[in-house]
Structures are given as C-alpha cells and as structure tokens.
Design a protein around this ligand. Structure first.
Ligand code: C5P
Length: 220
C-alpha cells in the first residue's frame, strides 16, 4: 500500500534509449534498458498519478495502468512529448530517456552494401533536439526532473548540470555500472544541495524519488 501522493496529477515520463537508423537494418543507440524510467512510471501510478510513458525500444512490458507510447528516434520522442503536452496539461515531466545526441543525417533508404575493403560508408551526423531543454523553455512548464549519468565528479557536475539544464530537480546515477542492472544508487540535486538515495533496487529508488517529487509539487 502506498499513499496516493500524486493523486489525479498528470505525469509524463521518457524512458529507454533512442535508436537512430543508419539504414533499414542498422543504427546507433545508447545503453539503456529502460528499467529506471519504467520503475518511476509504475511508482507514479501507484502514487495515484495519470501516467504517460514515452518509450524508446526496450524489452520491458508497460507497467500496469500506464499508457505507453512507443517511439524509435529522438525526433519521434520529442514530437510525442510535445503532442502530449499540447493535448493535456502535465504537472510533472521526468526525462529519464538516454536520448542520442546525434542522428545520422545521411541515413540510407536501402541497406548499405559491403563493397571493397577500404570502402566504408561515410556517416554524417546532425544534432537531435534536446527534449528536456525544449520542455523547460516552455511557458508554464510542468515540474521538470532531469537525469544525469556522469562517469566522474558527479557531485560537482551534478549541481552544475542542474543549473545549466534549468530543472528544479536533477537525479544523478552514481557510478556507471547501472546499465541494465536491477539496482542503482542515486543522488538528488535541488536548490538546497544534494541528497543521496543509497543503493537499492530500481523499484525502491523509484518510490523514493516519486515521494520527493510529490513533496515538491504538493502545492502546485
Ligand atoms: O545533457 P545530458 O544528456 O547529460 O542531459 C541528460 C538529461 O537530459 C536527461 O534527463 C535526458 O533524458 C535529457 N535529454 C533530453 N533530450 C536530449 C538529451 C538529453 O531530454 N536530446
């Protein structure tokens, strides 16, 4: 039993990686199982929220009660998030997805063929939209929560990133051994400083994070 601390609130979450095609059978992606984002979606639903999960490709089942929208690319994830925000006011936006910073600008409609040994395809890249930055720049944005996966100096980079990303709450993954794992260790950065959520399974951490979000949005 969990207290319905987000009762009736609309919560929008991105999760998983994005996949950026090179050709119809190849692409580039980021390491992300989607487990943390899905656990947050489930925890928000348990807290009484109306949850929409915009998810890149993962092997996970949608949590019970959560509406899931499948996307593949960062551009599709961006468009799905913007469409949701237009359709329905969201009180909270949690950007958990590991979005590819670049897409292949010259992706091929047909499978690229191997030819000579030294004849490699020349990929060109284009910048993807920053979904979180787009949302925080909106007039009357939802309460925005960002994630960061730094490989070093997390405490220092985390608080700088929170300010740069212009979010009230930034969640850092401690260490880089979280990918695909069932547990994790988080550090929350807000205007007052940082709080560590010690190593636990992702479900437990998600409940703790949702409780923190509920506290911070209870007067909204
Ligand atoms: O700048 P960095 O990629 O480290 O920021 C990570 C945060 O920004 C995460 O919350 C991630 O979901 C979000 N993000 C995004 N769109 C991007 C890149 C990152 O929403 N294109």
């Amino acid at each position: 039993f969990h207290a319905k601390t987000l009762a009736g609130k609309h919560v929008l979450i991105t999760a998983g990686p994005t996949f950026e095609p090179i050709d119809p059978v190849r692409g580039i992606t980021n390491l992300s199982s989607g487990k943390m984002g899905y656990a947050i979606a489930q925890a928000a639903w348990e807290a009484g929220a109306i949850v929409t999960l915009v998810s890149g490709p993962t092997a996970l089942e949608a949590p019970y009660g959560v509406r899931r929208i499948h996307v593949q690319t960062a551009q599709q994830m961006h468009d799905a998030v913007m469409a949701q925000l237009k359709q329905q006011k969201q009180e909270v936006f949690v950007a958990v997805a590991a979005v590819a910073d670049w897409r292949v600008a010259n992706a091929s409609e047909q499978k690229l063929k191997k030819t000579g040994d030294n004849d490699m395809p020349q990929l060109q890249f284009a910048q993807n939209p920053d979904i979180l930055a787009t949302v925080t720049a909106m007039p009357n944005p939802p309460y925005c929560v960002g994630f960061a996966a730094e490989s070093e100096n997390l405490l220092q980079y985390g608080s700088a990133k929170r300010q740069k990303k212009n979010v009230p709450l930034l969640v850092g993954n401690i260490g880089h051994n979280t990918f695909g794992k069932d547990d994790n260790e988080l550090v929350l950065f807000d205007v007052h400083g940082h709080t560590i959520l010690p190593r636990a399974d992702k479900q437990t951490l998600a409940l703790q994070l949702v409780a923190e979000i509920a506290l911070r949005t209870s007067l909204m």
